[in-house]
Ligand binder design. Structure first.
Ligand SMILES: O=C[C@H](O)[C@H](O)[C@H](O)COP(=O)(O)O
Length: 231
């Protein structure tokens, strides 16, 4: 069973005529964009913004209209994947390096739908390495600051060179950290000069759609988090 596809396609059912939609990044968001492309071909009228170059290219190839950010007030809903989801619907994202753009788009969204296979659900975040986006300038010092927090950072590499994000930054992956208090760690990380953003998405997911191996779906909604009015 393709649990990612199952969850992604269910979330796309929530998209309504005339909505502005945020398109996530990764192998699960891929299926959401594909399904949205089908709905657009069937006549659904939406406009979208993307969280990465690759999602934007996919959307454009499918005929999904991508609009400039300056023309978008509030995004009605964003659909994105996650690397881990805990019981409180807090997330680790950024395994694909798109965390900064994803967080900017999620923060502008009335609702964030997170789509995952059941293997992503955890009791405590941190088995998946926590990505932290850092600027290249003096990045060794930023890594030192992460080490001082006992976060075991490792610079993400690609073909023998530091991996570079869509924003021209590097990623430090922090391994083996059990994250009992995501909000505190989020604040600590973003207080480090050189850190641009981190992969903890705290109180951002409104609904998590989980695809299960038996073909069933679970929807978890954070009732304490009403749709945002961001403007
Ligand atoms: O940077 C990548 C994103 O945060 C993805 O949403 C996340 O890594 C999940 O990706 P996938 O759906 O491929 O597991």
């Amino acid at each position: 069973m393709n649990t990612k596809k199952l969850a992604a396609e269910r979330a796309v059912e929530a998209i309504e005529e005339g909505m502005t939609v945020g398109l996530g990044t990764g192998s699960t968001a891929y299926f959401a964009i594909e399904r949205l492309g089908q709905r657009v071909k069937e006549g659904l009228n939406v406009r979208a913004v993307a969280t990465s170059k690759r999602s934007e290219e996919q959307a454009l190839a499918l005929g999904i209209p991508i609009v400039p950010f300056a023309e978008v007030g509030q995004i009605d809903m964003t659909i994105d994947g996650a690397d881990e989801v805990d019981r409180n619907l807090q997330l680790i994202k950024g395994g694909g390096g798109a965390l900064l753009r994803e967080k900017i788009v999620a923060a502008r969204s009335a609702k964030m739908f997170v789509v995952v296979g059941e293997d992503k659900m955890v009791d405590t975040l941190g088995a998946f390495p926590l990505p932290v986006e850092i600027v290249p300038f003096a990045h060794e010092w930023t890594l030192d600051a992460l080490k001082a927090l006992q976060l075991n950072p490792g610079l993400r590499m690609e073909d023998g060179e530091p991996y570079v994000t869509d924003n021209g930054n590097y990623i430090a992956d922090c391994r083996g950290v059990s994250i009992d208090d995501p909000a505190s760690l989020h604040a600590e990380l973003n207080a480090i000069p050189g850190v641009v953003e981190n992969g903890l998405f705290v109180e951002m997911a409104h609904t998590v759609v989980v695809g299960r191996e038996d073909g069933s779906l679970d929807l978890f909604t954070r009732s304490s988090l009403p749709p945002k009015s961001v403007l």
